[in-house]
Design a protein around this ligand. Structure first.
Ligand SMILES: Cc1cc2nc3c(=O)[nH]c(=O)nc-3n(C[C@H](O)[C@H](O)[C@H](O)COP(=O)(O)O)c2cc1C
Length: 166
């Protein structure tokens, strides 16, 4: 298996999970970095960032070209933004022609919108084999045992190339 973990994170939750998955699965790790950062203020992060995803605004990324062809498995991580993935993932899925890959989705949220987000991501990554999906509720806030259990099972599925459903 050759795996890539690609993700975006604004406040560190997806970053934490993505790093754990990459190290446990021996996957290469790429964090998507938008050229213009997103708002982090208490209200502005919901208003402005929410606007960006509602209108499907695709940000420019500063990342070097990602050699997606090298990988048979791509694990995609995102926070949930207004029941959708964060905009850098829209850029990623439209800039790269990702087809016939084994795809695993990882999302972090604050309690809702996971199912809708997964359905939208399946659409963005149409033409691939969706092997697994997992969601975490603000993992940096605790619930260590539950997070650890999910990470363990999810990473086992990836390394064995098995399906996993949350
Ligand atoms: C613009 C915006 C919209 C959000 N929308 C949702 C949502 O629809 N449902 C939800 O449960 N959490 C929502 N959240 C919360 C984040 O998904 C959640 O805190 C996640 O763990 C953050 O991941 P990160 O630390 O990797 O950025 C939203 C956060 C932001 C900034």
């Amino acid at each position: 298996m050759s795996a890539l973990m690609v993700y975006y994170s604004l406040e560190g939750n997806t970053d934490y999970i993505a790093k754990e998955i990459a190290s446990r699965c021996g996957a290469d790790l790429v964090r998507l970095i938008p050229k213009k950062g997103y708002a982090t203020g208490k209200a502005s992060k919901y208003v402005w960032n929410g606007f960006c995803i509602t209108f499907h605004m695709k940000p420019k990324l500063v990342n070097e070209k990602i050699p997606v062809d090298r990988y048979d498995t791509i694990i995609i991580g995102t926070p949930v933004w207004s029941s959708d993935c964060a905009p850098p993932l829209l850029t990623f899925s439209s800039e790269y022609q990702i087809k016939n890959k084994n795809i695993y989705f990882v999302i972090c949220h604050a309690g809702g919108g996971g199912t809708k987000t997964m359905l939208k991501m399946e659409r963005y990554l149409d033409g691939n084999i969706i092997k697994g999906k997992v969601e975490f509720r603000d993992p940096l806030k605790g619930m260590d045992k539950e997070v650890e259990q999910k990470l363990k099972e999810f990473c086992k599925a990836i390394t064995e190339q098995k399906t996993y459903n949350m």
